[in-house]
Write a protein that binds this ligand. Structure first.
Ligand code: BTN
Length: 328
């Protein structure tokens, strides 16, 4: 789309770009360029036009639109196909539908607002408009089994944690398996799902919700949830978060692919793991025990050592892990 490419050029150039340069670059008329600029303005971009100099983009820290995202994502496959919704039920549902329609590996669905945001354990995910990030990526790994889903979720948690730190200068942590924590409270939730149809089991959708701007959470969540802007006190670009998340995810996914497990990413993941060295209580359907978390293994299970010295491997999805002093 020319509009997207013009936006990329304007963002990357520190100076004015002349109308003539744009015409030559795209091989179109001045009128066509002028129309594309007009469409960008309609989407809220402030584009300065000065006679004899050309066009320049004013800083727009929170532009969040299809053109904005497409002009930033330059990965080989992660997010290369983009579906943007101002409002949708759930990006996970959209991604599953696209998967059934044969959308390729790496297809990305982004929304500004969700009316039926899904959380883990059948819960919902608060998804107001204009302030947070909701996205889902469609993955078609070479081999799918139940372990794969939880590993892909860990790969995403690592990638989003890195992306947030690059964008916001934070030092976020991961609460195993896949919550991202800032100052002891949750800022990101991740939900992976796979197709329920046996004949189409060859894909996974991994959905990410990043609390960027929410200032007040419901009473139920206020103790354990927070947002980037509430913690930092200034604006964070949502589009840059998605851009960086795609970059980090593409790279980490390739590392995962080489071994088919968490082996190559374990160290990076463990550096961010908030549970390490802490007492955790593990609850599953049958029993409950406490121990000290020491790290993860190659399949992404949490290693928990009990007082008798025995090392237990805790499988994601089956259990809930609580810090004994509260949420983390
Ligand atoms: C959790 O409960 O921690 C997981 C929350 C996952 C929320 C994200 S928002 C984008 C994607 N679409 C959904 O409906 N859910 C995920």
């Amino acid at each position: 789309m020319m509009k997207t490419e013009i936006l990329t050029l304007l963002r990357e150039s520190e100076d004015f770009i002349s109308g003539q340069q744009l015409c030559e670059k795209f091989g179109v008329s001045r009128t066509a360029v002028w129309k594309a600029i007009g469409r960008l303005k309609k989407e809220g971009y402030q584009i300065e036009a000065v006679q004899n100099r050309g066009y320049r983009l004013a800083v727009t820290p929170d532009a969040f639109s299809e053109a904005e995202l497409a002009s930033r994502i330059h990965t080989a496959w992660a997010g290369k196909r983009l579906h943007y919704y101002g409002r949708t039920d759930s990006t996970n549902l959209r991604a599953k539908q696209l998967a059934e329609e044969n959308a390729p590996h790496g297809t990305l669905v982004v929304a500004d607002m969700q009316t039926a945001g899904r959380g883990r354990r059948g819960r919902g995910w608060e998804s107001p408009a204009g302030t947070n990030v909701y996205f889902t990526i469609l993955l078609r790994p070479d081999d799918i089994n139940a372990d794969m889903i939880s590993i892909l979720t860990l790969v995403m948690a690592l990638s989003v944690s890195e992306a947030i730190d690059e964008t916001a200068g934070t030092q976020t942590k991961i609460k195993w398996p896949n919550d991202i924590i800032l100052n002891g409270r949750k800022i990101v939730g991740i939900l992976s799902e796979m197709s329920a149809e046996p004949k189409y089991i060859h894909y996974v959708v991994t959905g990410v919700g990043i609390n960027v701007g929410t200032q007040r959470f419901s009473e139920e969540l206020a103790q354990k949830a927070t947002s980037l802007e509430a913690e930092l006190g200034h604006k964070i670009s949502r589009a840059m978060l998605v851009e960086k998340a795609m970059e980090r995810f593409e790279e980490n996914y390739e590392i995962f692919r080489r071994s088919g497990d968490m082996g190559g990413l374990k160290e990076s993941y463990e550096r961010r793991l908030v549970n390490t060295g802490r007492e955790v209580r593990v609850l599953d359907l049958e029993h409950e025990f406490s121990g000290r978390a020491v790290g993860i293994n190659d399949t992404g299970e949490l290693l928990v050592q009990t007082e008798d010295g025995v090392m237990h491997t805790v499988y994601a999805g089956e259990v809930s892990v609580r810090g004994i002093y509260g949420y983390v």
